[in-house]
Design a protein. Sequence first.
Length: 151
Amino acid sequence: MIERKDKSLSISGLTIGQVATEAGATVETLRYYEKFGLLEAPERTSSNYRFYPVQTVSVVRFIKNAQELGFPLKDIKQLLNLHQSPVGDTADVKALGQALLTEIDYRIASLQAMRVSLNKLVEQCPGQGPKECCPILGALASEQPIKSTEQ
């Protein structure tokens, strides 16, 4: 932690680089979080350096953990507000989690359908000879859209 005396203003906290290092993020990521409203704008010195409160490291870790689970930033903002609120219950948290699970299930089903379709094309492709015999290229060049078999 750095403590600076800046023209009669005492600012203590962590620099953006220190927060980034401690939280396992990049400086650019922290600036983006700040722009998006996930991090409060820190105090600045007269030379415009940012000084973040020590607890910012925990907030950044919270954000990164939520991202790791697949939550979009708009939901992370809500989760962060719910987490930091002195009152409330878990109904909204559960609803956000359930909505994400539904989205993940949809994505998994879509990926599985894509895999089935691509697997059929790969199995049909001889892997040698003229490109006109390749069903993969034929499907990609077709005027008909490729439809995954299970969608």
